[in-house]
Design a protein. Structure first.
Length: 195
């Protein structure tokens, strides 16, 4: 039986549209700066478009996961990648709810959507490409992403080869302290041990 509110992609699009309206109402009343509104709007629009394209490809049967092949790389000095501009949006968990308290209701709707079996089935079809946009949405609304969206484990750095300890040359015996005589007396003077 189809869901009364449409397929998962439509339901997420509706949720995001409602979220944009909440952010817009905050901006229209002067409680959110216009430049910040535009940044938030672009982020939400990007999530909607990325998810919508992937969902449409999966529904049409045109999605195929990329195959990752390990190729030996020639050892070359790596060029420093160009530095990316710093993201001007806040970074903390649930940062959108702190700016727009009305967004808390959308966090609840997102939790409900992520728990839906039909939505979980869609995520299972392409977890890797959906990871970034959905984790971003979960982060801004303070929602714990489902385990299927967990980031891949980081590759462990290669352990360096154990160092081979070479035997050290034997130490030279310490030279005895040089004894000097000043005016016929031994210097430094050796005093008898008081007991």
């Amino acid at each position: 039986m189809p869901h009364p509110y449409g397929v998962p992609a439509e339901r997420l699009a509706t949720l995001l549209l409602s979220l944009v309206r909440a952010v817009d109402s905050r901006q229209l009343t002067g409680r959110l700066a216009m430049p910040l509104f535009i940044l938030i709007f672009n982020r939400i629009r990007g999530i909607k478009q990325t998810f919508g394209r992937l969902a449409a490809r999966i529904a049409a049967g045109r999605f195929s996961a990329r195959r990752v092949t390990e190729r030996p790389r020639a050892e070359q000095p790596r060029a420093k990648p160009p530095s990316r501009a710093k993201n001007p949006l806040p970074r903390g968990v649930a940062w959108l709810i702190k700016l727009v308290p009305e967004a808390a209701a959308h966090a609840s709707r997102l939790r409900h959507l992520l728990a839906d079996p039909e939505f979980s089935e869609l995520l299972a079809a392409a977890p890797a490409p959906m990871r970034r946009p959905l984790r971003s949405l979960c982060h801004m609304l303070g929602v714990e992403p489902p385990p299927i969206l967990a980031p891949p484990p980081r590759a462990r750095p290669k352990t360096p080869a154990p160092k081979i300890e070479r035997p050290r040359a034997p130490r030279r015996p310490e030279k005895p302290e040089k004894v000097r005589y000043v005016f016929g007396l031994r210097y430094p003077s050796v005093l008898p041990d008081p007991k």
